[in-house]
Write a protein that binds this ligand. Sequence first.
Ligand code: RTP
Ligand code: MG
Length: 140
Amino acid sequence: MAIERTLSIIKPDATKRNLTGKINAKFEEAGLRIVAQKRIHLSAKQAGQFYAEHAERGFYGELCEFMASEPVVVQVLEGEGAILKNREVMGATNPANAAEGTIRKEFALSVGENSVHGSDSPESAAREISFYFSGLELVG
Ligand code: RTP
Ligand code: MG
């Protein structure tokens, strides 16, 4: 399988509870290398731009408000099949459906406050990485 990069976000519910290190350990144990990482505080407008694909969904306003409520850690993960591998390590969107050992099973509070985001395709990974990072910030 090819080496890929994917965009990950450690969401406000997790940064607030000091879970960044525990979540990063899960990525590293799965063979995902953190090649870029920074802590930022999104405005609701920036969160809205990032999640534009969900603009018509009922939870959009709540999602944008939540993502702007506290700082987040945005990061680029690299590894073999990183996009799918990261989704596996994250677990299902709703923690009630997430498999044992996944980040969302262990740490998520609800379907909305579910601790992590991960790109869902090569196209979204490329778009989402360039939303937060310049080429100079990516150290392979
Ligand atoms: P993500 O984009 O954050 O990695 O999560 P995902 O692919 O598993 O889920 P997606 O369908 O893309 O939804 C994006 C985020 O919106 C929030 N959400 N809330 N209240 C709800 O029913 C609901 N559904 C989704 C979650 O924070 C989800 O991760
Ligand atoms: Mg998604």
